[in-house]
Design a binder for this molecule. Structure first.
Ligand code: GYE
Length: 314
């Protein structure tokens, strides 16, 4: 009789614990701080919304910080969460590559795991659980490969550079130059930062169109769609036909760019998935459960020249 009582007691305790273990697997009940760069582009906003939706669907309490593209604001938010002991984990989308060692060491010392998402940091990988991101170098290669085939390897190119010091800009530039460097007729004749912002992309393009002979510009490689759309406006206001007089290839695959592609005002875009919240939360949960997590969790994307092809694969 006594054994039966013990068995019943164990079953009751396990039934109480099991839901908590399941909650841990989904992340339900966890508090996670998300340090987001800002809202500089349509892709960034889509990324933010996707992360928030994923957290809500999982029952994760998400503490959100918009840093207005200032690294100091990102660090301050992280230090506040660490000091107050508010969070079980931190997800960081770093605006630039450098300057994260101290706050990442503070998180480590406080026993708070950090998951990097999107852009990269140059800190020791031991200071964060993993990075969830696309391969920005590959994105640059894809854009260049499309442009080479569209121009038979002969093109004077204007580059609208992203945020200086960011992995997205540095790596896209690297991949793009790696491919065009194989073709002596492909040359970047001007490169200026538009900081991933639509209005700045337009301003930079206006400036280049006034300083360069527009007839000498074959194409624009924009590090993101927002700057490409800004460049389209500048090209049209200069009396030129975008995607014909000057080809345009960019990155992100935001909804607006498909309007431009289908209107014949942009030629191609390389997809960057905004859906990194799920893999990031899974990595944090796995780490908290004592499981091994790979140091890089890639998200993929292809090159698209029209909405139909994109819709057919999504
Ligand atoms: O391409 C751009 C955003 O970090 C890869 O940041 C991301 C870039 C993206 O401002 O739209």
């Amino acid at each position: 009789m006594r054994n039966i009582k013990w068995i019943v007691l164990v079953v009751v305790i396990l039934s109480m614990i099991a839901p908590m273990a399941m909650a841990q697997d989904s992340g339900e009940g966890l508090t996670i701080g998300f340090s987001q760069i800002g809202s500089e582009s349509a892709w960034r906003t889509a990324f933010t919304n996707a992360v928030k939706a994923e957290a809500e669907a999982r029952g994760i309490n998400l503490l959100f910080s918009d840093a207005q593209q200032e690294q100091e604001n990102q660090i301050a938010a992280m230090q506040a969460w660490i000091a107050q002991g508010d969070v079980d984990a931190i997800v960081l989308a770093p605006v630039v590559v450098s300057g994260w060692d101290v706050v990442l060491e503070e998180a480590r010392d406080a026993g708070i795991p950090v998951v990097i998402v999107d852009r990269n940091v140059d800190s020791d990988p031991s200071l964060y659980v993993t990075r969830v991101s696309s391969d920005f170098v590959h994105e640059g290669r894809l854009a260049a490969a499309w442009l080479v085939q569209a121009t038979s390897g002969n093109c004077n190119i204007v580059e609208l550079y992203g945020t200086v010091g960011s992995a997205a800009a540095e790596d896209r530039a690297t991949g793009f130059r790696e491919v065009i460097g194989m073709f002596s007729g492909m040359e970047i004749i001007a490169s200026e930062t538009g900081n991933f912002v639509r209005t700045e992309g337009k301003q930079v393009m206006e400036s280049i169109l006034s300083s360069e002979d527009p007839a000498n510009i074959c194409a624009v490689f924009a590090h993101n769609d927002d700057m490409a759309i800004g460049a389209v406006e500048a090209i049209k206001e200069a009396g030129l036909v975008p995607a014909e007089d000057i080809l345009i290839v960019s990155v992100d695959a935001i909804p607006d760019i498909f309007d431009s592609l289908d209107a014949g005002e942009v030629n191609a875009t390389v997809e960057l998935s905004p859906f990194m919240g799920g893999p990031a939360f899974d990595a944090a949960i796995a780490y908290l459960n004592g499981e091994d997590v790979p140091k890089w969790i890639p998200v993929g994307g292809g090159l698209y020249t029209n909405r139909a092809d994109y819709d057919a694969t999504h």
